[in-house]
Design a protein around this ligand. Structure first.
Ligand SMILES: O=P(O)(O)OC[C@H]1O[C@H](OP(=O)(O)OP(=O)(O)O)[C@H](O)[C@@H]1O
Ligand SMILES: Nc1ncnc2[nH]cnc12
Ligand SMILES: [Mg+2]
Length: 179
């Protein structure tokens, strides 16, 4: 299968749930694809292919709680680099940086440990989905505050009609699947 066919196959397995978690939201469920063994292999191959092509100098993967965590260790270990976590408020020990943000269906606070990123380290932020861009924008702010150099954001799905990219004009954002 070529990359186009792999993407099509994954798209067919991603779930779509109307009115979840709130009325008017069409929820795109990555977990629906991950129960399929071929989707797991194709997703891994496509993510690594895109990182090698678009972010070849990355030195740290930063994943967003919780669906971004699905890809953190897998990508870091394949690339031979480390990974760090951005978590929702109150979950991380030690000195943390915090940023409040809003997303398609709510508001929240993200945190990251100050020690997670080395000054000047080249960071790739990873998540399952870009909707309004509030989550990725908050993640960018945290990594930037910690002294990291964000080389880009990589997501599986992008809800293009919500124009989340507009919140990230200075960042090289790439998505595998557009809705
Ligand atoms: O672009 P935005 O409008 O900010 O929305 C995108 C974010 O929303 C979802 O996460 P959610 O906060 O629902 O948490 P989860 O990953 O723990 O399910 C999704 O996994 C992205 O992280
Ligand atoms: N429509 C959506 N589906 C899944 N996760 C989301 N996060 C924000 N909007 C979402
Ligand atoms: Mg999430």
């Amino acid at each position: 299968m070529n990359n186009e066919e792999k993407l099509k196959f994954i798209k067919q397995h991603i779930g779509a749930y109307p009115d979840f978690p709130k009325k008017g939201i069409l929820f795109r469920d990555i977990f629906g694809a991950l129960t399929n063994e071929q989707c797991c292999q194709y997703l891994k191959a496509l993510l690594l292919h895109n990182i090698h092509e678009k972010y070849p100098n990355v030195e740290l993967i930063v994943g967003l709680e919780s669906r971004g965590f699905l890809f953190n260790l897998m990508l870091a270990s394949e690339l031979g680099i480390g990974c760090a976590a951005i978590r929702k408020k109150g979950k991380l020990p030690g000195d943390c940086l915090s940023v409040e943000y809003s997303l398609e269906y709510g508001v929240d606070i993200f945190e990251m440990q100050k020690s997670a990123v080395k000054p000047g380290q080249k960071v790739l932020i990873i998540d399952d989905l870009l909707a309004t861009g509030g989550s990725l924008e908050a993640a960018y702010k945290l990594v930037h505050k910690a002294g990291g150099d964000v080389v880009g954001c990589l997501v599986i799905m992008e809800m293009t009609f919500l124009e989340g990219r507009k919140k990230l004009p200075q960042i090289n954002v790439h998505s595998l699947i557009e809705y």
